[in-house]
Design a protein around this ligand. Structure first.
Ligand code: FAD
Length: 380
């Protein structure tokens, strides 16, 4: 592993980028040099609350994707799994939970990692777009529709308004009132995606630069290649920057563990599961679940005469048997549950028990065989 500070040499990318525009520059290098067929990343559509995945094949379109979208908890792994064939070469920007889900999909032969460049983004957490709007309405002197950009800096959620005004509120204060980062992000203790080829962030970076942790040979080639074609400049961060970054990471992990200790005892699986209506929303949104046609939960022996799921405990129990060792705590199951079951909190709590016994962390540890049902795509 090595570290560099990086900055775009393209002025438009530098001003559109969140930090030094390094990520957009590397993506441009990959497209222009035809090292990838496309780039899967995010772009805001109508406003700051609706960044959505976009597949870019022309590097001129990358400028509209630059920036960090904190109100976009979107996961990208299952898009690759479902819509991009194994021979297509792509690059993808990934938060830690997204990278974890992709690692699990790679183990299940659903993503061919030889053909994917994983551009990691450090992540302190995302804000739900719906509660983000409400939070701005309640805690800021602003109309959520007037917000033109947002950023998270030094523990504050900062908004910029159409009239040029700026407002900031401490994330700690927002979270004390039930807003701020999503619940799973508050307890997430994987803040730097070291499983990706590179992990990019602002921690330890000077203003206008991106701090890049280079995690493997592929990552090194990305940075070297982008420099060679003249789109990226780099310099070595000093010891204080590296230390400062590690300090912030450790503080964030400590806060996450405190949140885990406070929230795990609050849930009782059986009580929560009794509300389950077997609607499949949690399964369908899960970025790691992939075998829909062959899914155990579709089997007739679980259904009643009206073809409805007969037992909430069986539904959640079967899911748990699949997820206790593979949940990446992205929180999407909880976001979509119509019965407000804290699904990902339960999975995460039991995943930590599994970790206690085996030392295994889903999507982070390498040392586990894939589940029994993990056929090669060609076998299906
Ligand atoms: P840019 O050149 O601006 O490119 C960023 C790329 O990321 C673009 O392609 C964009 O479409 C894509 N992207 C934006 N939002 C998302 C998203 N939600 N999911 C997937 N892809 C996305 N760094 C830290 O050091 N500490 C943090 O706590 C931290 N929290 C973050 C939280 C979130 C939700 C995000 C998205 C990023 C966070 N980062 C954090 C990373 C940081 O904000 C920058 O993304 C990183 O430094 C790269 O900057 P850049 O200028 O090189 O990227």
């Amino acid at each position: 592993m090595s570290y560099v500070l990086a900055k775009s040499k393209d002025d438009d990318i530098l001003s559109a980028g969140e930090c030094g525009g390094a990520v957009t520059s590397i993506l441009k290098y990959l497209l222009d040099e035809k090292l990838v067929d496309g780039v899967l990343t995010l772009r805001p559509f109508d406003d700051i609350y609706d960044a959505m995945p976009v597949y870019v094949t022309d590097s001129d379109d990358l400028i509209s994707t630059a920036g960090s979208y904190h109100c976009a908890p979107t996961m990208i792994g299952d898009i690759i799994e479902r819509f991009i064939d194994d021979d297509t070469k792509i690059a993808v920007t990934v938060k830690p939970c997204d990278m974890r889900a992709m690692k699990e999909l790679i183990k299940r032969h659903r993503i061919n990692d030889d053909n994917v460049y994983f551009i990691g983004l450090n992540c302190g957490g995302t804000v739900s777009p719906v509660s983000g709007r409400k939070m701005i309405d309640l805690f800021y002197e602003a109309d959520p529709n007037d917000v033109v950009s947002e950023e998270i800096d030094k523990g504050k959620f900062i908004i910029e308004l159409a009239d040029g005004g700026e407002e900031a509120v401490k994330i700690h204060d927002l979270e004390a009132e039930g807003y701020g980062r999503r619940n799973n992000c508050q307890r997430c203790d994987v803040k730097i995606p070291r499983m990706a080829d590179i992990a990019c962030g602002n921690w330890g970076a000077e203003d206008g630069w991106t701090f890049i942790e280079i995690n493997d040979e592929k990552g090194q080639k990305l940075v070297d290649g982008a420099k060679k074609v003249g789109i990226l400049e780099t310099k070595t961060p000093n010891d204080a920057a590296v230390e400062g970054r590690s300090k912030v990471e450790n503080i964030m992990i400590k806060m996450a563990k405190k949140n885990q200790d406070a929230t795990y005892p609050l849930v009782s699986e059986r009580d929560e599961w009794s509300r389950c209506i077997g609607c499949y929303a949690c399964r369908d949104i899960c970025p790691v679940c992939w075998c829909f046609e062959n899914c155990e939960l579709n089997k007739s022996y679980f259904k009643d005469e009206a073809n409805a799921f007969s037992s909430p405990i069986a539904f959640q129990g079967v899911r748990l048997s699949h997820m206790s060792f593979s949940c990446c705590d992205c929180g999407q199951c909880e976001d979509v549950c119509p019965m407000d079951i804290p699904v990902s909190l339960i999975f995460d709590k039991l995943q930590k028990k599994y970790y206690g016994r085996t030392g295994y962390v889903a999507g982070v540890s390498e040392d586990i065989k894939p589940p029994l049902y993990s056929p090669e795509k060609t076998e299906l």
